[in-house]
Design a protein around this ligand. Sequence first.
Ligand code: CUA
Length: 196
Amino acid sequence: MAEPSSNSPRLPLPDGLVPEEVVVRTEKRWFMIMAAMLVVMMAVIVATGITGALHPSSNVEVIDPTTLHLQGEFIESNLGTAFEPDGSVTVRIIAEQYEFVPQCLQVPVGTPVKFRITSADVVHGFLLPDTNVNTMVVPGFVSEVRTRFSKQGDFAMPCHEFCGLGHHAMWAHVRVVPKERLGNPTSLARVTCATQ
Ligand code: CUA
């Protein structure tokens, strides 16, 4: 017989049947460890969700993706950044193979911003790196994400759901600028980079 190796268990395993009280004790310990892990993971999800203002990936608002260009909120003249009476802004975007419309957006710094985005064809993704903005864009639904940009700058906005052969080229830009740059807050005109 070979010598027991150095990593063999300190206590020899019992021969034959393991006594029931040992089984019960061991299972109780594993159950407690597993329950503790679940509690910790739930706490992490809740804490990061609250501190990072994260949202569920989509809400349940429905829309007909086949008539976006004909009627309703997402007609072409209503896309882009719009001022609300309370001083916040709403940005409306369509995602389609393989572009975001408008392709470049301007939003004010230090102001509540609400993105409303929907898809005209397949599932796309809408992500602004280093912010809480990260949502799937599903045809038939309106995804809404709220945020506030604390400093000026340019964000590259990649589509992060594989949506077809042109997926890798589906990028847009969000430009965070001083509020004055966006013009008259009472204007009903929609703002994009092209209108500046
Ligand atoms: Cu759109 Cu990937």
